[in-house]
Each structure stands twice: as structure tokens, then as C-alpha cells.
Ligand binder design. Structure first.
Ligand SMILES: Nc1ncnc2c1ncn2[C@@H]1O[C@H](COP(=O)(O)OP(=O)(O)OP(=O)(O)O)[C@@H](O)[C@H]1O
Ligand SMILES: [Mg+2]
Length: 254
């Protein structure tokens, strides 16, 4: 299997000299092309920080991140913008929708600067909206829809340019169980049909049970990892007991 993403000893320190937080502590991992990887861990363990440095929104204090052999922790601004546009889909913890655009316009935003023809854009928006159950709110504005609908809009936007790498921070956090299942199924489909690599941060053991592998993070370091053996129920049970051993993780839900 080819490795698409490699992090080597990345650390992230926030703050200034007298008030520092070590959010990532020499964290390393390798992600295979087409892998659906879950990231779990207690609140404050560094999960969002990890996604932010991989997405190039933030830079690590030290260490390297390689994406298909390119060191993305040190490439230049324009190359970074190209990398994000051509390879990345991001579902943020706080949705990040633009309030002045409709749901439809938010979804097609990543395609607006590309070469995809208008008819193709329309088809893609319709397919994504149907998949995520938001076809009837396409003309509304973000301020007029619910948190779950916002989350599904953000998911549709992340998938619209068929990215090779999708980074999702708590994508099911604001969803009811039905929408959550729909989103996870569509991520799984994208993963299977387009061989998209997915990194998903989640607190939800059910959402995590869709993954091929889960890395558990504690204090900015890998605590342990689990592989999906193909049996959802037993994988779910192993996730629950690992969260118990990790401490804090499952209690964050309650
Ligand atoms: N911009 C920032 N400035 C200073 N400290 C930060 C910043 N962002 C995160 N931190 C700190 O870094 C640590 C890791 O934060 P991070 O957001 O990565 O955690 P998380 O695992 O995503 O938590 P949650 O599950 O609550 O979303 C925490 O101690 C947090 O307070
Ligand atoms: Mg977070």
C-alpha cells in the first residue's frame, strides 16, 4: 500500500514564553492512500491541532509533514494554496460557512475557481445535497438553518471537488443519529468510490466504528491504535474499552 501522508515528529507549541501549551508532542504517523482513519482522544489532547497543521492552516513548531512526498510544512504560499484547492476537503468543527452566501453557493464555492463546467457543477451539487438530505434548503442562508443542516452543508462543500484527502473535525458532532449515519455512509462511499483518504476526528464511538483504523491521542502523543477487523460490533466494543483505558474520552460525551 502506498503511503499518502506522513507526519514525522511534529510538535506544536502555542503561546509565548511564560504561557506555553504543548499541543502536539513529537507526534508521528503514516496514513495509507484510501485509508479511512479515525482520531480520538480527550478534549484538549491535540486532535484539532493535528488536523490544522495537516491542512496547512497552521504550521508545526517542529517536525515534517509529507503529502505524496512533498513537504507541506515548508512549501511556499502559492503552492500551499494550490495544494489546498487541488487535494483537500475540510469539514471544520465550527462549520465555517459564509453567511452572505446561500447553502448552494457555499457548497459550490470550491468549484468556483476551477475548470468544472456549469452543468457538471449543478449535477454535483444536486447529488451531494441529495446524499446529505439538504436538497430543500439549497436557497436558504446559513442563518436560516439548523446546526445539523449547517454541518451537512459543510460536508457537501468538502466533498464537491472530489478531494483526495478529506479532513473532518467532529463532522457528526451536531447531527442526530439519522443524519449522522447518512453523512458517515456518504464519507464511506467517497472513500470507496474515489479512493479518498479520510482523517476524521470524533468523540463518537459509533462514528469511529466506520473507520479502518483509529489512532487514540493523549497529551499530543499517540496513546494506542485499533484496527477494524470487519466486524462493526466487536470494533465498537474495542473502541469503548480503549476510551475507558484512555480516561476522559468517553466522559467528554456525558
Ligand atoms: N490558538 C491556540 N492558542 C493557544 N492554545 C491553544 C490554541 N488552540 C489550541 N490550544 C490548546 O492546545 C491544546 C490542544 O487543543 P486542540 O484544539 O487541538 O484539542 P482537541 O483535542 O481538538 O480538543 P476538543 O476535543 O475539545 O476539540 C489544548 O490545551 C488547547 O487549549
Ligand atoms: Mg477539537
Amino acid at each position: 500500500m502506498t503511503k499518502t501522508l506522513i507526519a514525522e515528529n511534529i510538535s506544536k507549541i502555542y503561546g509565548s514564553r511564560n504561557n506555553q501549551t504543548l499541543a502536539l508532542d513529537r507526534f508521528s504517523f503514516e496514513v495509507h492512500s484510501g485509508e479511512f482513519l479515525g482520531i480520538m482522544g480527550p478534549s484538549g489532547s491535540g486532535k484539532s491541532t493535528l488536523l490544522n497543521v495537516i491542512s496547512t492552516i497552521d504550521t508545526p513548531t517542529s517536525g515534517r509533514i509529507l503529502y505524496e512526498d512533498t513537504d507541506i510544512s515548508s512549501i511556499k504560499k502559492q503552492a500551499l494554496a494550490d495544494f489546498r484547492r487541488d487535494h483537500l476537503g475540510f469539514i471544520f468543527q465550527d462549520f465555517n460557512l459564509l453567511d452572505t452566501l446561500t447553502v448552494k453557493e457555499n457548497i459550490l464555492l470550491p468549484l468556483a475557481i476551477g475548470k468544472v463546467p456549469p452543468m457538471e457543477i449543478k449535477t454535483r451539487v444536486d447529488v451531494a445535497a441529495k446524499l446529505l438530505g439538504i436538497s430543500d434548503i439549497l436557497d436558504k442562508y446559513p442563518t436560516e438553518i439548523s446546526g445539523g443542516q449547517k454541518q451537512r452543508t459543510a460536508a457537501a462543500r468538502a466533498m464537491i471537488n472530489r478531494p483526495k484527502l478529506i479532513l473532518a473535525d467532529e463532522p457528526t458532532g451536531a447531527l442526530d443519529s439519522k443524519s449522522s449515519q447518512a453523512l458517515l455512509e456518504s464519507m464511506r462511499n467517497l472513500n470507496n468510490s474515489q479512493n479518498a483518504t479520510i482523517l476524521m476526528v470524533t468523540h463518537d464511538p459509533y462514528a469511529a466504528s466506520y473507520c479502518d483504523r483509529i489512532i487514540f491521542i493523549k497529551d499530543g502523543k499517540t496513546f494506542t491504535e485499533l484496527y477494524n477487523d470487519g466486524n462493526r460490533k466487536s470494533f465498537y466494543n474495542r473502541i469503548i474499552s480503549t476510551l475507558g483505558a484512555l480516561g476522559g474520552g468517553i466522559n467528554d460525551l456525558l
